[in-house]
Design a protein around this ligand. Structure first.
Ligand code: HEC
Ligand code: HEC
Length: 445
């Protein structure tokens, strides 16, 4: 790599100041981003019995209020641990992935406001920030969560803590109205309390002998089924099942195996001229930080129940800082060929589309082709409200931090070839795979 520095720095006495200046300049242009090394990753290594309990729970709709939605409904290996749609339909839908349909007798109140995240490599310690807005985070002082104190008495990894949220969300798993004991508890704000949603679900699991046996095997017969045990098992399963660090890229880093020529060219661009690695940094191509890149906003947005907008201001919802408006977490790009659609609201159907968005985000926002949104029919949904609102569109555009960049079609093709070299084929189907049956006897998604 060559850097041409113009100007005379001889008047600057402190050479360190010059070096610091160059470092900042280099970072801003993305030019100094380093290729990660093959340092060993200290992945979570849970006991196999705990992983097997987690597998059963992950695929079992018993954890949802109406016993119809499992974690796997939105995070399925057939769809790269996501669900192949821009925005999921949780409780009130039937079927999997793009074939999911609304149940006319119990239609969902709205789509899930964000694209279902893929679950690869979450057992690596660097994944300490969960969700596109980072509302759940492991900090030096412990976990920071939207539930606050309720978590303090639990000693959980951030991944285990994350698994405790979907079951409390009416749209995802808890369900609506007076539909079930769980949804009623959630409506009354009874979450972690005696008789609350977690306690109801825990009792359900305890009452199924095969789960009791699996709990004995995982944690010993003395321990009553508790939600922390459920959460730890789900986390253990995700960590082991979808570890994805054996891609052609890893073999290149670790064993010096050559990438195919186009991918090698893409890698040089990614870590050089194209500037991708200034945000998609490190072994898993994410800095775990938040950046506003004018991603088109579709779907209901993240309004509180009493609000009527369709906005999603991302990180600002968590920090309250205006400077964080429309900033979303940099996604890891591992297995990204398998996880379409892309972006926090799943606006882009193709990898080519979302990569090209980065080249001129504001122009791409304006040119966004709505026909590509993968949205199973939901009567009454107003999916393009944010884009139709000129003030909202302007606010998304104004927050953008990505400076437009010219890349040729051949360069974009090379970047796409590099992204394909980040796919760990062995991890896509998972290690234990989809079980034939689950202990509740309910249908497996
Ligand atoms: C109805 C769809 C749906 C269901 C069911 C669901 N999820 Fe998710 N999941 C999502 C969406 C959407 C997000 C992203 C939310 C966000 O970023 O705000 C997500 C995020 C996550 C994440 C965070 C990943 C990351 O990198 O931040 C994990 C882990 C996860 N889900 C695990 C689970 C588990 C475990 C279950 C079952 C207990 C489950 N999910 C059930 C839709 C779903
Ligand atoms: C300024 C930081 C930044 C830079 C530089 C950057 N990205 Fe991104 N990228 C992001 C953020 C943030 C998102 C998610 C935005 C959202 O969902 O609103 C994203 C999303 C993506 C996605 C979609 C992934 C998914 O799972 O949805 C791909 C692919 C991607 N970037 C590739 C690239 C490539 C290739 C480059 C270089 C040409 C690049 N990015 C440069 C920050 C950046």
């Amino acid at each position: 790599m060559t850097m041409v520095i113009q100007g005379d720095f001889s008047h600057v006495k402190d050479r360190l100041a010059v070096l610091a200046l160059l470092a900042v300049w280099g970072m801003a242009s993305g030019a100094s981003a380093t290729v990660p090394t093959c340092a060993p990753v200290d992945f979570m290594a849970p006991a196999p019995e705990v992983v097997r309990l987690g597998q059963a729970l992950f695929y079992d709709p018993v954890l949802s209020g109406s016993k119809a939605v499992a974690c796997a409904t939105c995070h399925h290996p057939e769809h790269g641990t996501s669900d192949g749609v821009s925005l999921s339909l949780g409780d009130g839908g039937a079927g999997l992935g793009p074939a999911r349909r609304v149940d006319p007798d119990n239609p969902p109140e709205q789509r899930i406001p964000r694209n279902a995240t893929a679950l690869f490599n979450l057992g690596a310690p660097e994944f300490s920030v969960m969700f596109a807005d980072g509302r759940l985070e492991a900090t030096a002082d412990g976990l920071r969560t939207p539930l606050g104190e309720d978590f303090d008495r639990l000693d959980l990894s951030v991944l285990a803590a994350q698994t405790m949220f979907p079951v409390l969300s009416p749209d995802e798993m808890a369900g609506h109205y007076g539909e079930s004991d769980v949804s009623r508890a959630v409506r009354q704000g009874l979450l972690t309390h005696d008789g609350g949603a977690w306690a109801i679900l825990t009792d359900r699991i305890e009452a199924i002998p095969a789960y009791r046996g699996a709990f004995d095997a995982a944690y010993g017969a003395d321990r009553a089924v508790d939600f922390a045990g459920i959460a730890d098992a789900l986390a253990a399963f995700i960590a082991v099942e979808w570890r994805a660090d054996d891609s052609p890229f890893d073999r290149h880093l670790c064993d010096g195996a050559p990438l195919e020529p186009l991918a090698a060219e893409g890698m040089a661009l990614f870590y050089g001229e194209a500037g991708c690695a200034s945000c998609h940094a490190g072994r898993f191509q994410t800095d775990h930080a938040f950046h506003a890149i004018a991603m088109p906003q579709i779907g209901p947005g993240k309004a509180a129940r009493f609000e009527s907008h369709a906005r999603d201001t991302g990180r600002m919802r968590v920090t309250g800082r205006a400077g964080d408006a429309y900033a979303f977490r940099t996604p890891s790009l591992r297995n990204v060929t398998e996880t379409a659609p892309y972006g926090h609201s799943g606006a882009y159907a193709t990898l080519d589309g979302v990569v090209r968005h980065h080249l001129d985000p504001v122009a791409a926002l304006d040119a966004y082709d709505r026909a590509q949104a993968v949205l199973p029919d939901l009567p009454g949904a107003r999916d393009f409200r944010a884009l139709d609102d000129p003030r909202e569109r302007d606010a998304i555009a104004a927050a953008n931090v990505l400076v437009p960049k010219v890349l040729t079609d051949a360069q974009v093709d090379a970047l796409l070839a590099f992204l394909a070299a980040l796919t760990d084929e062995g991890s896509v189907a998972g290690r234990l795979g989809v079980p034939d049956a689950v202990p509740s006897g309910l249908p497996v998604p």
